[in-house]
Design a protein around this ligand. Structure first.
Ligand code: ATP
Ligand code: MG
Length: 393
């Protein structure tokens, strides 16, 4: 029996005249995600992507990979058969024998896009339903509340039979690359990888910037950030990561500025440097993992002060989320375990005891005037190292 994957996508259908561009990108991204996984043939027709996997043993692995591709709403294994009612019935009987067990409530739902097929959708459902009811002991027909929904799709090229309850949920969202490009400030914490994932889910191509304070933070802390980027890359195919040396800036702030302003001054340097890197790589926005009120540097007054140093829009997808909600997402996307590894972040090393929570821009700018802001920024940008991170296996 020939098996194939049927992949459904959601919001792209709404894209009107741009739909084919979105579909094309989705298919490219699906092929990329499967490049070193299995040989496949991918085609699209009538709002469904068909993935024909040459090596039948790899079909589950392919499903797992496709479930991470943004734009994919669901994936299901289906049996392909000839477009005759006998073939559909016999295929359903053989293919779904493990689903159609005694005592189960079931129904058949047919869809006919090939209008030349002699039976219409309702007739197909009734025929196949009657046949399965006759062939399996103890099944109960229940069209309102079924446990097993046998789906039959009669399409131009063939007919497909599957069980709706076997569908696997995808990520949803929009295909990577259809939503512009943005630069993510990626720390080793819980929040920023989630923020990056949320924007990538809207189709945005992500580059990442990390500020690294060697020797105050260890090589392990850097590896942790690389690991987080490689988990994000599972969803985006790769992530370009810019590693910015930050120690000199932190020492300059520590030695020349009031302690309670330290965090905000560091945050402003980060934003400015990230903006310069973002402009160079063609990004249209910055992304951070900030959430209102989470820490002193994330009060609205503090966010105003950090925002004031950049012109580019700053996207903060977590702004209204609670920490517990962020953690749930981190667990779901697979970054949580890495984020909680205990290696210190560059900010934790230089945290003031009593950071200001209600700063004013003028006071912060005054503190900052003790430093050669532009010179320090330029040096950090010049010394930035860039690496391309590929998906974690
Ligand atoms: P996270 O859990 O992502 O580390 P956080 O709650 O610890 O966030 P902060 O340390 O105040 O918050 O940082 C706020 C945001 O600034 C982070 O979400 C991230 O986008 C950015 N950021 C902080 N530290 C770094 C860093 N070392 N490198 C890159 N970006 C950083
Ligand atoms: Mg942090």
């Amino acid at each position: 029996m020939k098996e194939i994957l049927l992949v459904k996508y959601g919001e792209i259908i709404l894209k009107g005249g741009n739909r084919s561009r979105f579909e094309k990108t989705l298919i490219e991204n699906m092929s990329n995600a499967l490049k070193n996984v299995a040989e496949t043939k991918i085609t699209v027709a009538q709002a469904t992507v068909y993935v024909d996997v040459s090596d039948a043993e790899k079909i589950d692995l392919v499903t797992e990979r496709l479930a991470k591709v943004f734009g994919v709403v669901s994936i299901v294994k289906a049996s392909v058969c000839e477009k005759t009612i006998e073939s559909i019935e016999n295929t359903a009987k053989a293919y779904l024998k493990d689903d159609l067990i005694s005592g189960k409530r079931f129904k058949v739902e047919a869809k006919r896009s090939d209008k030349t097929f002699p039976l219409n959708s309702i007739e197909i459902s009734m025929e196949v339903g009657g046949f399965l009811d006759d062939n399996f002991e103890g099944l109960i027909v229940d069209v309102h509340n079924p446990e097993v929904t046998v789906k039959v799709e009669v399409r131009d090229t063939a007919a497909y039979v599957y069980c709706r309850e076997n569908r696997i949920k995808g990520q949803g969202g929009m295909p990577q690359g259809t939503g512009g490009k943005a630069t993510l400030l990626l720390s080793g914490g819980i929040d920023s990888p989630v923020a990056g994932h949320m924007m990538a889910k809207r189709g945005t191509k992500i580059e990442a910037v990390n500020f690294f304070s060697y020797p105050y933070t260890s090589e392990r802390a850097k590896e942790k950030v690389i690991e987080l980027a490689s988990i994000l890359a599972q969803y985006t195919s790769s992530v370009k990561l810019h590693i910015v040396p930050f120690t000199e800036i932190q020492l300059a702030i520590r030695d020349n500025c009031p302690e309670q302003h330290m965090t905000l001054l560091m945050r402003r340097f980060m934003m400015k440097i990230a903006e310069i890197i973002a402009e160079k790589n063609g990004s249209q926005a910055l992304i951070t993992g900030e959430s209102a009120g989470q820490v002193a540097s994330q009060t609205l007054a503090a966010l105003n002060v950090t925002n004031a140093v950049v012109k580019m829009p700053v996207l903060r997808p977590l702004i209204g989320m609670d920490k517990t909600e962020i953690i749930e997402r981190a667990e779901k996307i697979g970054t949580f375990e890495t984020s909680i590894l205990p290696y210190e972040d560059c900010c934790t090393v230089f945290t003031p005891k009593n950071p200001t929570t209600q700063p004013t821009l003028s006071k912060i700018e005054k503190s900052e005037s003790h430093l050669d802001f532009d010179g320090l920024v330029k040096k950090a940008v010049d010394e930035t190292e860039t690496v391309i991170i590929y998906p974690k296996k």
